[in-house]
Each structure stands twice: as structure tokens, then as C-alpha cells.
Design a protein around this ligand. Structure first.
Ligand code: ADP
Ligand code: MG
Length: 622
């Protein structure tokens, strides 16, 4: 023991950490096993980092031994210790890494946890790193020495509102020579984690593919390795069973679900590299977090380099796994990574391979493909406008909910075109339910024309680029002109129902006069059969839905919509005789069209007044 008490400093947790810990401590979540996987995964990351830093600075490894991870259960002391000889943390790193949540994705996850009723289930689905240890421990003491440093520091906490940080005494038995030692004083109901077979079971299930040896040390100090510590992706496919891949997925991706697609191959030729990639079957919580980085890890000859290199295009950011190059230099700096021509080649080749693998999956295992599409379709569709080279393929892979009520491919859509139909019709909006009742569908519905109903934000973007599929242009029903005149009505007797108002020119002129520059134009509609009016975008600007999205992001361009009116509708036909009510009627046509698109009228109070005037006027006449 040191004679002078070392200065102990108390520090508060960042608010999000306290919230998270509070959830952990009070959780009734039963699958607490994940804490061990999280701690081992951190230890493995630390070993990876050491190996990487040692490329430039071999003295850091010193003894030259491969770093490793050791687990010490101690039944007498009721503690479980996880120690690694990795990179370690200095004082500031302990404070930053174990007192805050750096990843913005995790931050938003924590706020979601608080709201969600099944929040605790979500913990199990995603893991929350180091802090998950508080599910099983009432007190945690972390002692760490950064590689190359002569100082070691101790961080300790009982969850709650903060932690303490103090220098580890020189002769502190817990201070490692290098790396991190985490001592968990287990809660009463977590004593099973002191049993060797429990530890082995969890390591086998979740951490078998950790590349560094994991040793279990018994009370006599004897240790045995309990993982295989091999780079699975380097092994021949023929040796591996589906179970091996599932386990590899869980430990490499830190995932809990099953992979919906597995891609394992070795590229030989100008460049050699091994690829082991997975598509998850469930959606991670941070898929749309701009800070989310690609989760494919780059290795060079089995040494982990980074998980920060853009190894895949953004629209494949859900893919997890490893690419291990044989020819890249080990001492790659981040700048070199960005423009490395070899990496550019690898990215291109692997991207092509993933897309064709998705095609095969859709073909051979449609249920598995459906999982991928349901979870990640909204991301894959970004590729339709970002990856010019593979647009056709990505369009063909896409599945769309249509007015048929089913999810369909464009190929199926095109096979079922109506006579004289030459375009693929679509309508984008917030929800399928709202779209289904949108008046812009009326005329198409009367002809049995199928329409794609698109509800992902990304849809507004790629559809605005106006592509063809199989020679058929994609056309939004909320934009430009539509001409259904050559496509027969399902029920031909409906054709002459409701005579169009005779004085079309007068009606349009009157509405234009009243609405002034609120609309770009007023015209007779081909889209409507029952409703009185709808709003569409001009044929050259963005689609109505895209305009709305851009406006939400304050990137709106102030374009005016076109008001289309249904000359068969009594409200419209009444305008010439409406006298002083004509202005109210004109605005009502505009405002109800806005409401049907899910928008608010510009001046809701004026809208209500107008409506009331008209209704009261109607009553007093009758
Ligand atoms: P994540 O691993 O996703 O970053 P964690 O909560 O698991 O989140 O860990 C937070 C950070 O703490 C890690 O990123 C790492 O910097 C640091 N850390 C945790 N455990 C160790 C360890 N055994 N050795 C070195 N650093 C560690
Ligand atoms: Mg972690």
C-alpha cells in the first residue's frame, strides 16, 4: 500500500449516461449475457488499436507478444475481471470514454429507449457498449495504462450519477503493465457469471471470432484458451458451416439478429483480398444518422486498420463485415486511404458483387430478400440516383407497394400494363393510407391503372430524376400533365356521367382572377373523377412531394403549384352563377386540395371563415 492516499477526484456522468445507467439498473431485461460480449469486444478493439499503432511504433508492443484477453472469475471475492493487453487508456481517455456517450447514434438511441415501451428489448437488440456491464455489476473498477505510459489510472463507479478517477498506486496489484483491467463486483443475481461453463458458453456464442486469444483463468491461476481466435474469412468456404457464419456475423458485427445474406469470397488477380460481408435482417437504430460510418472493417493481412474507410457506397451502409487486403501497405494513413487507387478498385468490385448477390437472393431466397428489403429498401433506393452505373439493376431489385395492395417489382408492373399504357405511374406521400385516398388517383383507378405508392423520403428524390424502366418513363401523378384518354375506362357506362361544365373558359378565368399569384395556373383536370380539385407541380420543377421535403429542410424553391379542377364537379360548375361567393369557392378549391395533400391551408383561420360563410349561406337559402 502507498502511504499517502492518492487524490481521488469525483466526476459526474454526462446526462445521457446517467439516463442510460438508470435504465440499465432498473431493467428487467433478462438477456444480460451481452455485457460480456461488449467488454470482450472493447478489449479486442483495444488489441487491434495497439497492433495498428505498433506498426509505426514497435516499442509499444515491447515484448512482441500478440495482445490477448483474459477473464478471471473469483467466487470468493464475487468479482469477474476482464483484462486485456491492448492500447489502454490514459486519464483523459478514461474520463471521456467511460463518462460520456460519443456516438450520436447512441445518444438518440437512449432518448428512444426512454420513450419506447419495449425499450429494454431494444438494449438487447443493439447493445450499449461498456455501460451494459452495470446490468450485472454493482460496482466497476477499471484500471488502465496506456501503452508506453508509466502512469496507470483507476476509474470506478457504482452507476448512479458519476464516477471517481484516481492514479493507480505503483504497487497496485490491479494495475496492468499495459492495457485495461476491468473488475466487476457482481450483483447477487449475476453470480452465474462466475461459472466457467457460463463464461465459455457466452464466449463461444458471441466472441468466438475475436482474433485475439481469450483465456479463462481458474482459481489456481491456470489458464486455457476458450475461443478459436482465427480469422474466419481467411478459411476456405468448404470448411465452414452455416452456423459458423452466423456466429461470425454476431461477433464481427456485434449483432444479435441473424444475417439475411452472407457473402464470402476471395478475390485473386490484380489485387488479392478476402471478403466476408453480411446483410442484417433487422434495421439498426442509426441507419439514417448522418454520422453513421460504414461498418465494414478494413484489415490488411489480418491486421485491423479501420472501420472508417468508405469501403462501400452510402446506399450499402447497412452491410457489415470485413475486407482483408493482401497487398495494401500496413502503414496506411487516413489521407492515403481516401485516394488509394487500390481501395477504389476494391470498392467498385465489391459493390458490384453485393448487388449481384442481392439479385440472386431475390431470385433464390425471396423470403430472405424480403427481410433485407423491408429493413433497408429505403436506403438501397438512394443508389438509384447515386449509382448511375447500377441504376437499372437497383430499380429492378426494388419492391413497391402499389394500388394493387401488393409489393411488386417494376418488372411485374410492366408485365401488367393496361392497353395503350406507356408510362409507369407513381404517387409519393407520407403514408399509404393517405395516398390511397388521394384524388389524384381517381382517374387511374377508374381505368384500373396500377400506381406505385411511395412513402420513403428518398422516393421523392429519385423519382424527380425521371428515369425510364424497360423503356417506360416513370411519371408522378402529382406533376405535369397526364393523359389517360387512350386508356379505356373499366366501366364504360361511367364515361358520360356528369356533364363537364360548359363554360370552361369562364370558370378558369374566374378562379384565376380570385387566386391571383397563389397558383401558377388553373386548368381542367384529367386526373379527377369524383373530387373537385387537386394541386400538381409543373412538368419541369420538382414533384409536389419533393417540394414539401425541401421546404421542411428550408431548402425550398418557391415554386407555385398548378390547380387542377374537375369540370364535372357541382362546386366547380357553380362558379359562374356564384356571384359574390365565387371568390370563396375558388379559395375553397385551392385549400381543400392542400388538405388532401396533407398540407395546411396557408391561413387556416381564413379557411374556416370562408367555409362557414358558404355553409351558413347555403342553409339560409334552403
Ligand atoms: P464503443 O465500443 O462502441 O465505442 P463502448 O461503450 O463499448 O462503445 O466503449 C466506449 C469507449 O471506451 C471505446 O470506444 C474505447 O475508446 C473505450 N474503451 C472501452 N473499453 C476499453 C478497453 N478495454 N481498452 C481501451 N479502451 C476501451
Ligand atoms: Mg464497445
Amino acid at each position: 500500500m502507498t502511504t499517502i492516499d492518492p487524490p481521488v477526484e469525483a466526476q459526474p456522468f454526462q446526462a445521457e449516461v446517467s439516463e442510460l445507467l438508470n435504465l440499465m439498473v432498473h431493467s428487467v431485461y433478462s438477456e444480460t449475457d451481452i455485457f460480456l460480449r461488449e467488454l470482450i469486444s472493447n478489449a479486442s478493439d483495444a488489441c487491434d488499436k495497439l497492433r495498428y499503432e505498433a506498426i509505426a511504433n514497435p516499442a509499444l508492443i515491447g515484448d512482441g507478444q500478440l495482445p490477448k484477453i483474459r477473464i478471471f472469475p473469483d467466487k470468493n471475492a464475487n468479482t469477474l475481471t476482464i483484462a486485456d493487453t491492448g492500447i489502454g487508456m490514459d486519464r483523459q481517455e478514461l474520463i471521456d470514454n467511460l463518462g460520456t456517450i460519443a456516438r450520436s447514434g447512441t445518444k438518440s438511441f437512449v432518448s428512444r429507449l426512454k420513450e419506447a415501451k419495449d425499450g429494454i428489448g431494444l438494449i438487447g437488440q443493439f447493445g450499449v457498449g461498456f455501460y451494459s456491464a452495470f446490468m450485472v455489476a454493482e460496482r466497476i473498477v477499471v484500471t488502465s495504462r496506456r501503452a508506453g505510459s508509466d502512469e496507470a489510472w483507476t476509474w470506478s463507479s457504482e452507476g448512479g450519477s458519476g464516477f471517481e478517477i484516481a492514479p493507480a498506486g505503483k504497487d497496485d496489484a490491479q494495475a496492468p503493465e499495459r492495457g485495461t483491467r476491468i473488475v466487476l463486483r457482481l450483483k447477487k443475481d449475476a453470480a452465474k457469471y462466475l461459472e466457467a461453463y457460463e463464461i465459455e458458453r457466452i464466449v463461444r456464442a458471441y466472441s468466438d471470432n475475436i482474433q485475439f486469444p481469450i483465456e479463462l483463468v481458474d482459481d489456481k491461476g491456470e489458464s486455457k484458451q476458450i475461443n478459436s481466435a482465427s480469422a474466419l474469412w481467411q478459411r476456405p468456404k468448404s470448411e465452414l458451416k452455416p452456423e459458423d457464419y452466423k456466429e461470425a456475423y454476431k461477433s464481427i458485427a456485434g449483432a444479435f439478429d441473424e444475417p439475411a445474406m452472407t457473402l464470402h469470397y476471395r478475390a485473386e488477380g490484380r489485387y488479392s483480398y478476402a471478403v466476408l460481408l453480411f446483410a442484417p435482417s433487422t434495421k439498426p437504430f442509426d441507419l439514417f444518422d448522418p454520422a453513421r460510418k460504414g461498418k465494414v472493417k478494413l484489415y490488411v493481412r489480418r491486421v485491423f486498420i479501420t472501420d472508417d474507410a468508405d469501403l462501400l457506397p452510402a446506399y450499402l451502409r447497412f452491410i457489415r463485415g470485413v475486407i482483408d487486403s493482401e497487398d495494401l501497405p500496413l502503414n496506411l494513413s487516413r489521407e492515403m486511404l481516401q485516394n488509394n487507387p487500390q481501395l477504389v478498385q476494391i470498392r467498385k468490385a465489391v459493390t458490384g458483387r453485393i448487388v449481384s448477390e442481392l439479385e440472386t437472393l431475390a431470385d433464390k431466397q425471396p423470403e430472405e430478400f424480403t427481410k433485407v428489403w423491408d429493413a433497408f429498401g429505403s436506403v438501397i433506393k438512394e443508389g438509384i440516383y447515386e449509382d448511375f452505373e447500377r441504376r437499372e439493376k437497383l430499380l429492378a431489385l426494388s419492391r413497391f407497394t402499389t394500388t394493387s395492395g401488393e409489393k411488386r417489382t417494376l418488372k411485374q408492373y410492366v408485365a401488367d400494363l393496361k392497353p395503350n399504357q406507356t408510362e409507369i405511374y407513381l404517387l409519393a406521400g407520407d403514408s399509404i393510407e393517405r395516398l390511397k385516398s388521394n384524388p389524384k388517383l381517381e382517374s387511374a383507378t377508374a381505368r384500373g391503372i396500377e400506381v406505385l405508392l411511395l412513402t420513403d423520403p428518398v422516393d421523392a428524390f429519385w423519382t424527380s430524376a425521371r428515369f425510364d424502366f424497360d423503356g417506360k418513363p416513370l411519371k408522378s401523378l402529382s406533376q405535369g400533365d397526364v393523359d389517360f384518354s387512350l386508356i379505356p375506362l373499366l366501366d364504360d357506362s361511367k364515361k358520360d356521367e356528369g356533364k363537364p361544365a360548359a363554360d370552361e373558359a369562364n370558370i378558369i378565368a374566374a378562379i384565376k382572377l380570385h387566386l391571383g399569384d397563389r397558383v401558377a395556373d388553373v386548368r381542367a383536370s384529367q386526373r379527377l373523377t369524383a373530387s373537385a380539385s387537386c394541386l400538381v407541380a409543373g412538368s419541369h420543377g420538382p414533384d409536389r412531394e419533393l417540394e414539401r421535403l425541401l421546404a421542411q429542410q428550408n431548402r425550398g424553391v418557391d415554386t407555385k403549384p398548378i390547380l387542377e379542377i374537375n369540370l364535372r364537379h357541382p362546386l366547380v360548375a357553380a362558379i359562374p352563377q356564384a356571384g359574390e361567393n365565387a371568390a370563396d369557392l375558388s379559395f375553397l378549391l385551392l385549400e381543400q386540395a392542400q388538405i388532401l395533400d396533407g398540407e395546411l391551408p396557408e391561413d387556416p383561420a381564413a379557411f374556416a371563415n370562408r367555409l362557414n360563410r358558404l355553409v351558413v349561406g347555403g342553409f339560409s337559402k334552403g
